[in-house]
Design a protein around this ligand. Sequence first.
Ligand SMILES: C[S@@+](CC[C@H](N)C(=O)[O-])C[C@H]1O[C@@H](n2cnc3c(N)ncnc32)[C@H](O)[C@@H]1O
Length: 172
Amino acid sequence: MFEYYLLLTLLIIILFIVISSLRIGISPMPTSKSVKNIIVPMLQNSQKDTIIDLGSGFGTLAIFLAVNFPNKKVIGYELSFFAFLVSLILKYILRIKNLYFYKKDFLKQDLKNCDLICYLYPKGMKKLENKLFEDQINTTIISNTFAFRNIKPKKIIKDKSFINTTIYVYKT
Ligand SMILES: C[S@@+](CC[C@H](N)C(=O)[O-])C[C@H]1O[C@@H](n2cnc3c(N)ncnc32)[C@H](O)[C@@H]1O
């Protein structure tokens, strides 16, 4: 009987994640290890004190960044409730002090004076691009897989693993 309830609970959670992914436009799919290892050196020379993961999903990328940059504040904004919950639980289990997760729409947050990381989808990139123009945000933005339509990337890096992801680096 216990197994039945456990399975039912898991199915309900998966269903909620699927529904919220359809509503938001993308699932909480995490960035691969090889891409994480490309992102870290890119942030090493930054003078900014804060890194924001725009849509932090289950929190694995933000956790990786917080561990690699213990002197910086790492923030993750996420809309999907269960993904946010998992990230929060991981933060407390791992006791990472410089990491903060918020269940908020990053489009409504102040993104100035921070390095920005994202792994979104074409429509999400368009919305972010509009916000960067409207709020006049000058910063470094590292985007996993998806490019902006109007801003030219400063650098394009190909992940050499079998996933072969493209990473776009912008200086706006
Ligand atoms: C592909 S996942 C990336 C997760 C994580 N950043 C990583 O790279 O491992 C994209 C996440 O962005 C979230 N998202 C999309 N638009 C958002 C918005 N406007 N505000 C907050 N989160 C958003 C989605 O819910 C999804 O979990």
